[in-house]
Design a protein around this ligand. Structure first.
Ligand SMILES: [Zn+2]
Length: 542
């Protein structure tokens, strides 16, 4: 293994392999620390030779923590694959993007850190090399490390979710003995397929986010093929990743020229069963052999780069949400309600509601009808439901039509998705058809339930829509799905025939009188006022 250090000798960055190879040449001027780190002794040094303390490395460095998510190998055009691997890595962005795995993570280490935001200050003593994981930060000795949140120094790699994004694809090759190993797909094939697949981002966002091929020396159609001077056969992905990053640094790659980068490795690199790996809210994704060619794979992994985490449900696990690319998405789908909210692509038809303050009634329109422009000004694509102390809920009307493909099981249904923050996991709580409702008990801890109910679904003409109500149930004149005709009649207790328009006027003049009419049974063979004048008889609408 090409063990890597973080130190300079005579002003040049060197690694442990260099030190080991040069011990015989009496390169003993290196510090004791470096010798310890590289596990070399200076037995061959001339007696009395002094350690050159000027070559002491920095005693600590700072790195940014990232979640890295892996997706199982995909051999279909769209996936329903489980998670193979999760890792936490720390990237030293100031030093050539050196990337470290974490080991011996203490139980009290807060793994809910924010990917791409939380920084770790690491003593060099905590750094080792490991045959399996490459560069490792060992957290066993907590004295050596501490964590702090970087609120305003968000690093430059935080992904933009709108605009034109350039993608550099690095196709990695190397010699294994006399054999050149390379991914089974050519640079041209990768370029054509990947950028064609990525046009889905442009489709889903109606052109707000698009990926274009990176350009520059040695880059064709966004793809650069490199030949690494190490045999990566059977090498674990962590090491392979670092070698490629080093290679790119050595050829003087200007990272800030490109928005996103994907490494594509030959089949013999050990990906541990993953087809793709991606950092959350960072520029880098990695693919095993031809896996980058699968649409769901590239869309999902770049979804991670764009800051999103997975979407499951409470029964089926981490990927079970079928309504978007971060769950068991369909390759020609878009993103679920929560991810759509945070992407912000439909912000002009997105609404936040607080049912504890005021009930809501409105129409949800599927993404397809947003994209084709048929949505009306009073309709929404995504609704956020908030409550004090509650995890936010997100509502969307899923319809498989036009440019939106998807599973039949979610067609023409309103999904209720929970997600507590941007970059958090989301869960599909309910998938509702007409007259079905979702209930969240003890909303805001006040003993009453939140109800989200689908009143109707109209798909005969555009815009298709689902009418939805959301309210806190009180058990007394709760909002209902009805739409009243103001001229519909009912009979009062005293035998007078009145209509809903009259009752609405009465409500303005004398609330308690109107309430009495609504609470009475039907007279004269007609239904009660509460049924006929169902909207007027709702007293907790705001
Ligand atoms: Zn994933």
């Amino acid at each position: 293994m090409d063990a890597k250090g973080k130190f300079k000798l005579n002003g040049t960055k060197r690694n442990c392999a260099y030190v080991k190879n040069n011990v015989a040449e009496n390169l003993c001027g290196i510090s004791k620390k470096v010798r310890n780190k590289c596990k070399v002794t200076c037995d061959t040094c001339p007696a009395g030779m002094k350690v050159n303390e000027a070559e002491e490395e920095d005693t600590e460095f700072e790195c940014t923590l990232y979640h890295v998510q892996g997706l199982a190998v995909d051999n279909s055009t769209h996936a329903g694959h489980g998670n193979v691997m999760k890792a936490i890595k720390c990237v030293d962005e100031k030093h050539d993007h050196d990337s470290y795995s974490l080991e011996d993570i203490p139980e009290d280490f807060d793994i809910s850190f924010q990917s791409g935001k939380t920084k770790l200050t690491v003593s060099n003593q905590a750094v080792t090399q490991d045959m399996e994981h490459g560069n490792v930060i060992n957290l066993k000795d907590r004295i050596a490390t501490f964590v702090h949140e970087s609120q305003d120094e968000r690093n430059r790699f935080i992904a933009d979710r709108e605009g034109i994004q350039s993608l550099l694809i690095v196709r990695v090759t190397f010699y294994n003995g006399g054999t050149l190993e390379q991914p089974s797909v050519t640079g041209d094939q990768i370029s054509t397929q990947v950028f064609n697949n990525l046009s889905r981002y442009s489709t889903c966002s109606r052109g707000k986010l698009s990926f274009v091929p990176a350009s520059g020396n040695g880059i064709n159609g966004g793809v650069m093929t490199i030949k690494v001077n190490s045999n990566m056969s059977d090498m674990v992905w962590n090491d392979a990743e670092q070698l490629v990053t080093d290679f790119m640094n050595n050829i003087g790659i200007a990272w800030n020229t490109y928005d996103f980068t994907s490494y594509v490795f030959p089949e013999s690199v050990n990906f541990g069963g993953n087809g793709g790996l991606a950092y959350i809210d960072y520029y880098l994704s990695m693919f095993w052999n031809s896996q980058i060619m699968y649409k769901y794979m590239i869309l999902h992994e770049l979804g991670h780069n764009l800051g999103h985490n997975h979407s499951g449900d409470n029964a089926g696990g981490e990927y079970a949400d079928e309504t978007g690319m971060m769950g068991v998405g369909h390759a020609n789908g878009c993103f679920n309600a929560a991810k759509s909210w945070y992407f912000g692509w439909y912000a002009d038809r997105a609404k936040s509601i607080t049912p504890a303050s005021s009930s809501w009634s409105g129409e949800l329109v599927p993404v397809n009808d947003y994209l084709n422009g048929s949505i009306q000004s009073d309709q929404q694509v995504v609704v956020q439901v908030t409550g004090v102390g509650e995890t936010d809920l997100y509502l969307m009307f899923n319809r498989v039509e036009g440019v939106i493909d998807g599973k039949a099981s979610i067609n023409d249904r309103v999904t209720v998705i929970s997600q507590d923050q941007d970059k958090g996991y989301s869960h599909q709580l309910s998938s509702l058809g007409v007259n079905q409702e979702h209930r969240s008990n003890n909303w805001e801890g006040k003993g009453k339930g939140l109800v989200v109910k689908v009143c109707s679904v109209e798909v005969g003409s555009h815009p298709c829509n689902a009418r939805v109500i959301a309210y806190i149930e009180t058990g007394n004149n709760d909002p209902s799905c009805c739409i009243e005709n103001i001229w519909a009649k009912f009979v009062t207790k005293s035998g007078d025939t009145k209509n809903c328009n009259w009752l609405a006027n009465q409500k303005e003049k004398n609330m308690s009188s109107a309430r009495n009419h609504c609470n009475r049974p039907g007279y004269g063979g007609l239904p009660p006022a509460s049924e006929t004048c169902c909207e007027t008889c709702q007293f907790n609408w705001a």
